[in-house]
Design a protein around this ligand. Structure first.
Ligand code: SF4
Length: 253
């Protein structure tokens, strides 16, 4: 699962100007939201959810796994890498080191060799081993059903924790924000933010909690098949009648 880049939130123009000694009134005004307030965004989210449910009723995480541990490791590997590539690597990986106890003892060089094609393999191997060791030490080798405990593991951020809890345990702890969710949320007028944490906050505000898990799986499916990054297929999209297509410059006809 590709990762949405997290960037530091920029300072508001008025605050910046005040800090620079200029009167706030002379600062560039923050332009009013072009996508409306919460009520309007909530109504838009309801339309999107309805269409996604109809288009992708069975959408789920594309990372192949048989246990919550495998899902955690596959999700760590999916950073800056396609799910298809991760799925090519994990059968051999889990055959060699099937659980946290075995992975914690994996020789680093051998581990790096197996996961090399997923990119950033040195760091990923380090994180996978350290996370497995922490699971053994703190949780008897099991995956904790707790967001805080998961994000305390090496190499595990909020996105990875949400994927594992949502997919393996159906726990709606947040909305998974990857590169597809980031792009589509903006195009569909659900958020104006580019920072993953703020996008997630916006989506949690307008998508009912019971929909969080499936919403992100379905949005990711739509991003892969129709609303692709370079040239979205708007003419064949089921949401074209109500999508504001924010930021879309080129469309596949
Ligand atoms: S209408 Fe176009 S921009 Fe909007 S969701 Fe569909 S493919 Fe994406």
């Amino acid at each position: 699962m590709a990762t949405a880049k997290r960037t530091a939130p920029s300072k508001k123009p008025a605050a910046k100007a005040a800090k620079n000694g200029k009167p706030i009134s002379s600062a560039k005004q923050v332009k009013p939201s072009s996508i409306g307030g919460v009520a309007k965004r909530r109504a838009q989210a309801a339309r999107v959810i309805e269409r996604l449910k109809a288009d992708y009723p069975g959408a789920t995480c594309a990372l192949e796994n048989e246990t919550p541990f495998e899902l955690l490791i596959a999700t760590i590997l999916s950073a800056q890498c396609t799910d298809a590539r991760v799925n090519m690597v994990t059968p051999e990986l889990f055959k060699k080191w099937p659980d946290a106890e075995a992975m914690a003892e994996a020789p680093p060089k051998a581990l790096e060799k197996v996961i090399q094609s997923t990119g950033f393999y040195h760091n990923k191997a380090k994180n996978i081993k350290a996370a497995s060791q922490a699971l053994v030490e703190r949780h008897d080798g099991e995956i904790p059903k707790d967001l805080d405990a998961l994000v305390a593991l090496p190499g595990v951020g909020r996105k990875t924790a949400n994927v594992v809890l949502g997919t393996a345990f159906r726990m709606a702890t947040g909305v998974v924000v990857d590169t597809h969710v980031t792009r589509l949320s903006k195009r569909l007028g659900l958020t104006e933010h580019t920072d993953a944490v703020k996008i997630e906050q916006d989506l949690m505000e307008i998508v009912p909690q019971g929909e969080w898990v499936d919403f992100s799986h379905r949005l990711i499916f739509h991003g892969r098949q129709i609303c692709i990054a370079r040239k979205p297929k708007c003419p064949e999209c089921s949401m074209k009648s109500f999508c504001p297509k924010i930021g879309v410059e080129s469309v596949t006809s």
